[in-house]
Design a protein around this ligand. Structure first.
Ligand SMILES: Nc1ncnc2c1ncn2[C@@H]1O[C@H](COP(=O)(O)OP(=O)(O)OP(=O)(O)O)[C@@H](O)[C@H]1O
Ligand SMILES: [Mg+2]
Length: 249
């Protein structure tokens, strides 16, 4: 086990997280997990095993039956509603499995939303859209986009405010291999450029290979995978995302 650097607060800790739906449908059972700043972890596991449930608990979209979620040193359950909302708004970027792009806003407005909510300048939104391959599409509306393009808008929106913790639920599920490779490079580059920690849920072994660690969710807990990670940073367009993220400040 790696020794933690003195004084470095984990980006995320899950302590004893349990969740059941109804009687007997145990999804998570006293799950423990620590994610260091800058670390990129892939979570794999069979459909229905609880991967989205775990991300939803971390993001506060669903509540655990017991256990704690600690984000950047703050025990979320000990915060009042306003403070918990503020913490998530500032520190979390979430790419939902079903995108949740807002239909009545343009792409630029969708991506700028986290900046607006955090009272940050919105000028960088178009650069982050460009970084996911949607240059010049800022005035389009979501209905004009393909599934893979919508997925990339959702990814741009999750990265634009340089969150400390990025949660991505099957972010390459609708992308062709080349676009998926570019998007994975962006996640990795963002994590190196800003120190963000990333959890990516995926069914794709090729996508998981980008991560520093691969964990398998089964029987309510996370287990180390023997699969190797092979991604080379030379593939990541790190300058582009670093520049975009800087411009977004
Ligand atoms: N709101 C809910 N009410 C009842 N059961 C639920 C609810 N949400 C999820 N479940 C159940 O919890 C289990 C885990 O679901 P979850 O969506 O977390 O799976 P997953 O690992 O993300 O699957 P997939 O790979 O298909 O996305 C499933 O059996 C699902 O039916
Ligand atoms: Mg899921």
């Amino acid at each position: 086990m790696a020794l933690r650097e003195e004084g470095v607060v984990p980006a995320l800790e899950c302590r004893g997280l349990s969740k059941a739906y109804g009687a007997g449908r145990i999804v998570l059972a006293r799950l423990d997990f620590t994610l260091e700043p800058g670390e990129f972890v892939a979570i794999m596991g069979d459909s229905g095993v609880g991967k989205s449930t775990l991300l939803n608990l971390i993001a506060g979209l669903d509540s655990a039956d017991s256990g704690e979620v600690i984000i950047d040193g703050s025990v979320v359950s000990r915060l009042d509603d306003n403070a918990a909302t503020r913490l998530r708004r500032q520190k979390l970027g979430f790419v939902f499995q079903a995108f949740h792009v807002l239909p009545h806003l343009t792409l630029a407005q969708n991506v700028a939303l986290p900046l607006l909510l955090n009272e940050l300048p919105t000028a960088g939104a178009l650069d982050v859209l460009a970084a996911v391959g949607l240059s010049g599409r800022g005035d389009d509306f979501p209905r004009q986009l393909s599934g893979g393009e919508l997925q990339r808008v959702a990814i741009a929106r999750a990265l634009v405010h340089r969150p400390k913790l990025i949660l991505a639920d099957e972010p390459t599920g609708n992308l062709d291999p080349d676009t998926a490779h570019d998007v994975l490079g962006l996640f990795r580059a963002q994590s190196k450029a800003t120190g963000a920690a990333t959890i990516m849920v995926t069914h794709s072994e090729a996508a998981a290979a980008v991560a520093d660690r691969i964990l398998i969710l089964s029987d309510g807990g996370l287990h180390a995978s023997s699969a190797r990670t092979t991604f080379s940073d030379s593939h990541a367009d790190s300058r582009s995302i670093a520049r975009s993220a800087d411009d977004a400040r």
